[in-house]
Design a protein around this ligand. Structure first.
Ligand code: FE
Length: 353
C-alpha cells in the first residue's frame, strides 16, 4: 500500500516537473521539493531493448539514474530482430521496455501482443494524443518531421506548398526521392492514404515518380547531397538529416520548407517506446517513460539528434528552432503501421521503386 502511495506521489511529481511551479503538495499536505531523488521503491534495474544507437540513449539513461537511483540496462540492435527476439522470449523476456524509431515498428510490436497498456496521467499530459497509441501501448518520445528540402539558388520557397504539389509539371526532372523500400517513405504514404484515400494517394505517388530527376537513392543524406550537387532541385527528407549538414556548414546550399502548412500539416513520425507485456519491472519501466517525457530529457533528444520534442511545452534545440515553428499533421501516427502493407502495394503499383 505504502509503495502504491509513493508511486502515485512520484507520478504526480513527474507530472509537475514540466510546469514552472516546482513546489508541490505531498500527501501529508505540506510542501515538498519536486525532485525524484527520494525514490524508495524501485531497486531493480529497468531493462531496455533499443534500436536507437547507444550514443543517443546512454546519456539519457545516465541522467535518469542520477535523478532516481534506478539503474537502466540496455541492449541495442536492429528493430526487426529485437522485436522478433521479444516475441521468441515470450514470458521469459528480461526486457521491460522496447524503444525504437518509427510508429510502424511500434505498431508491429503492439500488434503481436508484445506491449502492455500503460495508464499514465503523466504521459497523457506530456505526449500529444496523435503521438501515442490510444490504449497506451506505446508513446512517442521525440518527433521526426519528413518535409520538403530545396536548392536555395534554384528554387524560390514561394513556389513550394504541399507534398502533392510536387507532382506539378514544373518539377519534371527536378525531384529526388529516397527508395520506397525504406520505412520513412512507407509511413509517409500510409499517412497519406489515411488522410486522402488510396486513389488520391496513388496519383500523387505516380506524379512524383514522373518528376524524378534520378533513380531513387538509398538514404536521405544522398537525397540532400544530390540537391546540393545540382542533380535535382527538391526532395523529401527527415529534417534532422539536413540539420546535421547545416551544423557542419551554416551556408549549406539546401534549405528546409515546412510542407502542407495551409492544409493538413507536416508529416511526422516518432521515436518512441512501450512497456513490454511481460516486464519484470513494469513500475520502473513506466517511471522511465514518464521521465523521458519531461523537460530535460525532451531537450536532450532535440540537442543530441536535432529532433523535435514530443512534449509541446518543451522548446527545440536552437538549430531546430531556427527552421521556425510548424503545424504537425494531427493524424495518429499509428496509421503508419496499420496501413503499412497497403502503402507498400500502392508504391509498387505506382512504379515507385
Ligand atoms: Fe533516420
Amino acid at each position: 500500500m505504502l509503495k502504491r502511495v509513493l508511486f502515485i506521489a512520484l507520478s504526480y511529481l513527474l507530472l509537475s516537473a514540466c510546469t514552472e511551479e516546482r513546489q508541490v503538495v505531498d500527501s501529508s499536505g505540506s510542501e515538498a521539493d519536486a525532485s525524484i531523488e527520494n525514490n524508495l521503491i524501485i531497486t531493480e534495474p529497468v531493462i531496455v531493448y533499443s534500436s536507437r544507437q547507444e550514443y543517443l540513449i546512454k546519456p539519457l539513461f545516465e541522467r535518469f539514474t542520477e535523478e532516481t537511483g534506478i539503474e537502466v540496462q540496455y541492449q541495442t540492435g536492429e528493430e526487426g530482430p529485437l522485436i522478433a527476439r521479444l516475441q521468441a522470449e515470450g514470458e521469459a523476456t528480461f526486457a521491460d521496455i522496447l524503444y525504437t524509431v518509427d510508429a510502424g515498428n511500434l505498431w508491429s510490436a503492439a500488434n503481436r501482443g508484445l506491449l502492455a497498456s500503460v495508464d499514465s496521467a503523466v504521459l497523457q499530459q506530456n505526449i500529444p494524443e496523435h503521438l501515442r497509441e490510444p490504449q497506451g501501448q506505446w508513446f512517442g518520445l521525440s518527433v521526426r518531421a519528413r518535409t520538403i528540402v530545396y536548392a536555395k539558388d534554384r528554387v524560390d520557397p514561394g513556389e513550394l506548398s504541399t507534398y502533392a504539389a510536387l507532382t506539378d509539371s514544373k518539377w519534371r526532372g527536378r525531384l529526388c526521392l529516397r527508395t520506397s523500400k525504406e520505412v520513412y517513405n512507407i509511413s509517409l504514404v500510409a499517412t497519406m492514404i489515411e488522410r486522402l484515400g488510396e486513389e488520391a494517394t496513388q496519383s500523387i505517388v505516380e506524379g512524383w515518380v514522373e518528376n524524378l530527376a534520378a533513380p531513387v537513392f538509398s538514404s536521405d543524406i544522398l537525397v540532400i547531397e544530390a540537391i546540393a550537387a545540382g542533380q535535382c532541385d527538391v526532395g523529401l527528407v527527415n529534417s534532422y538529416y539536413l540539420g546535421r549538414k547545416q551544423v557542419d556548414d551554416p551556408n549549406y546550399p539546401v534549405a528546409l520548407f515546412w510542407a502542407n502548412q495551409e492544409t493538413s500539416g507536416v508529416h511526422v513520425n516518432i521515436s518512441g517506446a512501450g512497456v513490454t507485456r511481460y516486464a519484470k519491472n513494469p513500475q520502473g519501466a513506466q517511471l522511465l517513460l514518464e521521465w523521458l517525457s519531461t523537460e530535460e530529457p525532451q531537450m536532450m533528444f532535440s540537442e543530441m539528434n536535432l529532433e523535435i520534442p514530443a512534449n509541446l511545452s518543451v522548446p527545440s534545440a536552437e538549430q531546430v528552432a531556427a527552421w521556425g515553428g510548424f503545424i504537425q499533421d494531427s493524424i495518429n501516427v499509428e496509421a503508419a503501421g496499420r496501413l503499412q502493407a497497403q502503402a507498400v502495394m500502392l508504391m509498387d503499383r505506382a512504379d515507385y521503386r
